[in-house]
Ligand binder design. Structure first.
Ligand code: BTN
Length: 215
C-alpha cells in the first residue's frame, strides 16, 4: 500500500522521505536543494519529476531502480553503471539510494519537460528528445509500477537485464573518476563493475563516476 505525499516546492524529497514508513512516496514539482550522488546537487527546476520512495533494502536495488526508470521512460534508454539513465549520450534521469534507519530511501529524478539545461550538466529531457510534452502524473504511475516489478526480480535476473540494457556493462572503453581507464568486462554477482586495464589486470569498481573514454 502506497501513501503519496505531494509538494509543489520542497528542499529535497530525500529529506522529506527519511523517517516516513515503508511504502511512502514523496513527490515534488521542484526542489530547492536537490541532492545527487557523491555530494553533487541535482538540477531540480519545474518541468522534471522528483520523487523519493521508502523501500526495503535489498541486493542490487540501485540496478533494479535503473531498469525500472528506463522501463517507465519507455524510449531507447541506455544505463550507465550503476544507475544513470541516458538518451543519446546525455543524462535524462538519475537515481540516489540512501540507507536511513534500516530503510532504503530511493530518490529518482527524471527530466521531463525542461527545454534547456546548464551546458556543464550534459543533460537532456524527454521533451527535448521527442518534441512532446510528458505528463508527470502518468510518468509517476508508470515509475511506481515499474519499481514494484523490477525490485521483485531475482538478483540474477536483475544482473542479466541490466547487462542487456547497458552499453557500459561490457566491452565499453571507460574512465572511472578520471583515474582508471580500461574496457568494461561485466558485472560481478554483487553488481560491481569490472574494468579490464590495458595491462590485463581487472579492477573492481564498487562506486564511482564512470564516463565513456574520450567524452
Ligand atoms: C544522481 O544521478 O546524481 C542522482 C540524482 C538523484 C536525484 C533525485 S530527484 C528526487 C530525489 N531527491 C533528491 O534530492 N535527489 C533525488
Amino acid at each position: 500500500m502506497r501513501s503519496i505525499h505531494r509538494y509543489r516546492t520542497i528542499d529535497s524529497t530525500m529529506t522529506a522521505a527519511a523517517g516516513l514508513p515503508l511504502g511512502s512516496v514523496v513527490v515534488a514539482d521542484e526542489q530547492t536543494a536537490g541532492q545527487g550522488r557523491h555530494g553533487h546537487s541535482w538540477h531540480s527546476e519545474p518541468g522534471g519529476l522528483y520523487c523519493s520512495m521508502v523501500l526495503e533494502p535489498r541486493p542490487l536495488l540501485t540496478l533494479a531502480l535503473g531498469l525500472a526508470t528506463a522501463e517507465a521512460i519507455g524510449i531507447g534508454c541506455d544505463l550507465r553503471w550503476p544507475n544513470d539513465v541516458m538518451i543519446g549520450g546525455k543524462k535524462v534521469a538519475g537515481i540516489l539510494v540512501q540507507l536511513v534507519d534500516g530503510k532504503a530511501i530511493a530518490g529518482i529524478g527524471i527530466n521531463l519537460n525542461q527545454t534547456s539545461f546548464p551546458e556543464a550538466l550534459e543533460a537532456t529531457s524527454l521533451r527535448l528528445c521527442t518534441g512532446r510534452e510528458v505528463s508527470a502524473k502518468t510518468m509517476l504511475e508508470n515509475l511506481l509500477d515499474a519499481v514494484d516489478t523490477f525490485t521483485a526480480l531475482a538478483p540474477e535476473d536483475i544482473l542479466r537485464l541490466f547487462t542487456q540494457g547497458s552499453s557500459y556493462a561490457a566491452g565499453r572503453r571507460v574512465v572511472v573518476d578520471g583515474k582508471i581507464e580500461g574496457t568494461t568486462a561485466g558485472l560481478t554477482p554483487d553488481g560491481y563493475l569490472v574494468v579490464r586495464r590495458d595491462d590485463g589486470t581487472d579492477t573492481l569498481i564498487v562506486a564511482g563516476g564512470v564516463r565513456a573514454a574520450g567524452s
